[in-house]
Write a protein that binds this ligand. Structure first.
Ligand code: MEV
Length: 313
């Protein structure tokens, strides 16, 4: 049966800033969403969503998800008034804000349709299709989520503000780094949070310019520190990035609480990841034993879900 998959992701540096053409670093994680297409005799498409998810996540995203699938069908010239199929979503990626769940499902669906309808798309075209799908979730996606989901690995990503293809490259580190991901259990609307940030930027362009310059220096330092495997520096920069996101008002007390727990329990650095105002935080661990300790402390501290992963090799 034609099946496709898309990886979850964690933005290490640069959520929100990436929308405005600043570089960002994201890591694909091992957990993924799968999509299977089964042709049916009737016309139209039907979705059976068996993905594990935070409570309320699927309900909150359902209308956007429908728009996203319609976007992708249109882009791929698949006319669902002349064909009929069921999409089954599954996999081990637990859907939560901040983990790239919408992008992972777009990539998985695009890959499954590519197979079923013999479209001959390569990964770049899958990525482009998933980007069109992401537009169903929010009007101005930077493209970082679908790119991390399509290609995996550690990526350095820069959006082209003139509408051209984004520039991205995969970074390979000499050694892997351990990451803890924890969920607040709260689902945020990317559309709402991204447009709030845009409003703040438009209301005070000088302030946004200043903060963007600070971020730009920070992300370039982070890239150098990662390549040198200077994880202590990476951790300090993650903490600073979290402060900048607090300034943008996209963190919240639940995220700040999880970030503090991770830091108090040995994380080298911790920050919110993704949209914010709920969703997930990430913590960089110095070793696997500390990683387990941070994960247990986050569970005791009330995180709605905790996962461990690694990135870089
Ligand atoms: C969402 O995972 C990341 C944001 O920067 C939005 C985007 O890049 O499209 C908030």
């Amino acid at each position: 049966m034609p099946t496709g998959s898309g990886k979850g992701k964690a933005i290490l540096f640069g959520e929100h800033f990436v929308v405005y053409g600043l570089p960002a670093l994201a890591a694909g994680i091992a957990s993924e969403t799968t999509a299977t297409i089964t042709r049916v005799r009737s016309f139209g498409w039907k979705l059976v969503d068996n993905r594990p998810a935070m409570p309320g996540y699927k309900e909150k995203k359902y209308e956007e998800q429908k728009a996203s699938i319609e976007n992708m069908l249109k882009h791929l010239n698949i006319d669902s008034t002349k064909t009929g199929f069921q999409i089954d979503l599954g996999g081990d990626l637990v859907c939560a804000s901040g983990i790239g769940a919408s992008a992972a499902s777009c990539v998985a669906i695009a890959r499954a349709l590519n197979e079923e309808y013999s479209l001959g798309l390569d990964d770049y075209q899958i990525n482009e299709t998933a980007y069109i799908g992401e537009m169903g979730y929010h009007g101005t996606p930077s493209g970082i989520d679908n790119t991390a989901s399509t290609f995996g690995g550690l990526i350095w990503f820069v959006r082209d503000l003139n509408g051209g293809s984004p520039k991205f490259e995969t970074l390979k580190l000499g050694s892997s780094a351990d990451l803890v991901i924890a969920s607040t259990g709260l689902t945020a609307s990317t559309k709402v949070v991204v447009s709030d940030v845009r409003k703040k930027k438009d209301d005070d362009p000088d302030w946004f310019d200043l903060i963007s310059r600070e971020y730009n220096q920070l992300v370039n330092d982070a890239r150098k520190a990662l390549i040198k495997l200077n994880f202590d520096k990476v951790g300090i920069l993650m903490n600073k990035n979290h402060e900048l996101l607090q300034d943008l008002t996209v963190s919240c007390k639940e995220l700040d609480n999880l970030v503090n727990i991770a830091r108090e329990n040995g994380a080298i650095g911790a920050k919110m990841t993704g949209t914010g105002r709920g969703g997930n935080m990430i913590a960089l661990a110095p070793d696997k034993t500390t990683m387990k300790g941070i994960a247990s402390a986050l569970e005791r501290g009330g995180a709605a879900g905790v996962w461990t992963t690694s990135f870089g090799v």
